[in-house]
Design a binder for this molecule. Structure first.
Ligand code: FO1
Length: 310
């Protein structure tokens, strides 16, 4: 009776947390394409957001990092004149130092992730979608390629965005754990993460599309959009950059080959029934309140999913 959630970071953690509180036999497959090297440290923001989120350590206001963390290291780097645009907190740094040390000593990303989850007493499997490094890159106006984190945080999304690519994904492979979990799961849930930067890089790993297509009947997607607007974050901007229609219909189109059921907000029932459903006769469309604005609502959505689709 296993449920596996495909998740990114800030947009996904609320549903992952709701499912974790409600149903212990779950596993999480994390996006890895926002990982990057920063001053010699390997940073995996989505993996860390899930671990901090499930252990009650996440800074919920920011949606990333550890609550109550201090920033002495970052501040001192800046004070001595070193540019430091990625805000690594002092407690958070221990995760990156340990992970980098383990990777350099020969451990895989899967092994380092298990170790960090163990430190934070997260007992369910948190599995990187791949042990290989590949990354979401933004193609900017001058055809320059910049990492997602540089684009979003260093440049504050100010550069013109032409396209988004997953650099080196063609040679990446899904982890064995990830394939095993997907096959063994009774239900696979696409969290309402950014379709391009969170879920896209998981389903884009060679082999994943075919696998998810074969398992389609047990795959459920929770919409990251309400009333044709992204619930949070830059989903619509990134979809436009990928020449995808940033709407409920565009979302259905994007996921239609790998998803058996799509869950949209109650508010969108008319729009979906009239304009989207007729285009996708093989897909089941369901409606509930998907806005997880507090922990009760995270649990309510998790209950709705586990009660209706298992
Ligand atoms: N997001 C920001 O907007 N600004 C930051 O300075 C920042 C630092 C940071 C440090 C550790 C971490 O795990 C995540 C961090 N994030 C920060 C979030 C992260 O960049 C993105 O939200 C995810 O990569 C997208 O899922």
């Amino acid at each position: 009776m296993l449920i596996t959630i495909l998740a990114g970071g800030t947009g996904s953690i609320k549903l992952v947390r709701g499912l974790y509180k409600q149903f212990k036999n779950i596993s999480v497959i994390s996006n890895v394409a926002d990982n990057f090297w920063y001053y010699g440290l390997y940073i995996c923001p989505d993996i860390d957001t899930i671990i901090y989120g499930l252990s009650g350590n996440l800074d919920k206001k920011k949606g990333w990092g550890i609550k109550g963390d201090t920033f002495y290291f970052r501040n001192y780097m800046r004070e001595v004149g070193i540019e430091f645009w990625f805000n690594l907190g002092d407690k958070d740094l221990t995760t990156h130092v340990l992970r980098t040390h383990m990777l350099k000593s020969g451990s895989s990303l899967t092994q380092t992730t298990s170790k960090i989850a163990e430190i934070y007493n997260v007992s369910i499997p948190i599995v990187p979608s791949s042990d290989n490094h590949f990354e979401t890159n933004m193609i900017t106006g001058s055809r320059k390629r910049v990492h997602l984190q540089e684009y979003w945080i260093q440049h504050k999304a100010s550069l013109p965005l032409i396209d988004i690519v997953y650099r080196n994904i063609r040679t990446a492979r899904p982890t064995q754990e990830c394939v095993k979990l997907l096959k063994a799961s009774e239900l696979i849930v696409f969290a309402p993460g950014n379709p391009v930067s969170s879920i896209g890089p998981i389903i884009g790993i060679p082999g994943m599309k075919k696998l998810l297509h074969d398992l389609k009947k047990k795959v459920v997607m929770v919409s990251p959009f309400i009333s044709n607007n992204a619930i949070s974050g830059p989903s619509a901007i990134y979809m436009k950059a990928k020449k995808l229609d940033p709407s409920l219909g565009g979302l259905a189109e994007y996921y239609s080959k790998f998803v058996g059921t799509m869950i949209f907000d109650n508010k969108d029932q008319n729009e979906v029934e009239t304009n989207v459903k007729p285009r996708f006769p093989d897909i089941k469309f369901e409606y509930t309140d998907i806005l997880m604005s507090n922990s009760k609502k995270e649990i309510a959505l998790a209950k709705y999913i586990t009660c209706n689709f298992r």
